[in-house]
Design a protein around this ligand. Structure first.
Ligand code: GDP
Ligand code: ZN
Length: 318
């Protein structure tokens, strides 16, 4: 049996990288799939194995094999599967694992083109917090920041405790600061379309040669296949995970009563809530609402909280 790391998934093919730096194209053992189906009661479109998983496989030929086991995941990042034909099961949207065993998530946004959207950023942060994975915020295109918009957001997020890096792929502002946090880690890069994720990755790793500024038809089609993320080895201990087809995200599996725990800036006020079941929505004597009114919690963050809270469906069973 050979051990390796899943770096890419294409339909039913799993690309597995070994310590010898060799990639095998593997399939999953049939029995294994059945066991999983029985356990989960929902087989299709749920990821059995994900990018970042460590697996053991049996060599079938010089570049192919059959996966027999998957190591327990340290953590994973997932979202609700996109609303597409076949993606729902009994009306529910299933969980789609983006990647497993991640050390940090870098959430890339831009100040303009597209306009900075703190609601989108907060959704990404909530997903990482709920998976207990550290996130670093990047605001790119600082060269376009004529009205000095970035500094207000930098102050807000640094005040919460997030590391925020301001970059520009044009002036190379912040590139070295970004480069410094990558060695010896598995880093997932995430960002809405057009923010400059490919441009930044190309500056950091010219060998990647990613397409810039071109959302081709084939990429759009990618959303409807299972190709979601690709792990790229940079050196022996450094990996980056690019998520070219994961532009929109909807948190999966977060309960209403847990959501506020993924807003680290709210935490210190929970003890002021009258009810310990408080979801800080319309309950009386709520410490969080109180702190928002006093300006101790930023209104923008509370607004994000309410929006996510309202998207959580009550009737989902996990
Ligand atoms: P992605 O969709 O996030 O991968 O974004 P791309 O890297 O493809 O970039 C989208 C567009 O933004 C392209 O036209 C880039 O040239 C441009 N762009 C990327 N980074 C910057 C930047 O820092 N400043 C400016 N002004 N434009 C940028
Ligand atoms: Zn409360």
């Amino acid at each position: 049996m050979i051990k390796g790391l899943i770096t890419k998934i294409e339909s039913k093919d799993f690309y597995v990288l070994t310590d010898q730096n060799k990639t095998y194209r593997c399939t999953l053992r049939g029995k294994f799939k059945k066991e999983f189906a029985l356990k989960k009661d929902k087989l299709y479109l749920t990821n059995i194995a994900a990018v970042g998983d460590t697996v053991e496989f049996e060599e079938a030929n010089s570049n192919g094999g059959v996966i027999h086991s998957i190591e327990k995941r340290k953590n994973y990042i997932s979202r609700k599967a996109p609303k597409i034909k076949g993606a729902s099961y009994r009306g529910e949207r299933l969980e789609q694992i983006i990647a497993a065993n991640i050390d940090q998530v870098i959430v890339i946004s831009s100040v303009h083109q597209p306009e900075f959207n703190n609601k989108t950023l907060d959704r990404f942060l909530v997903i990482s917090e709920s998976a207990h994975i550290k996130s670093v915020i990047v605001i790119n295109k600082s060269d376009l920041d004529n009205e000095n918009k970035i500094s207000t957001w930098k102050e807000l997020y640094e005040g919460i405790g997030y590391h925020l890096i301001v970059t520009s792929a044009v002036t190379k502002d912040g590139i070295e600061e970004l480069r410094k946090i990558l060695p010896n880690k598995i880093t997932l890069f995430w960002g809405q379309s057009g923010v400059g994720k490919s441009s930044l990755l190309n500056i950091l790793f010219p060998q990647l040669n990613l397409k810039v500024g071109d959302i081709s038809e084939s990429t759009k089609k990618g959303i409807h296949t299972t190709v979601t993320s690709v792990m790229i080895p940079v050196d022996e201990n450094t990996f980056i995970i690019d998520t070219p087809c994961v532009r929109e995200i909807d948190p999966y599996g977060i309960k209403k009563e847990d959501l506020s725990h993924y807003f680290p800036d709210f935490e210190e006020y929970f003890s002021n809530c009258k009810f310990n079941t408080c979801i800080h929505y319309h309950e009386p004597d709520c410490g969080v609402i109180d702190a928002v009114e006093k300006g101790e919690i930023a209104f923008e963050r509370y607004d994000s909280y309410l929006r996510i809270l309202n998207t959580i469906e009550e009737d989902i069973h996990f």
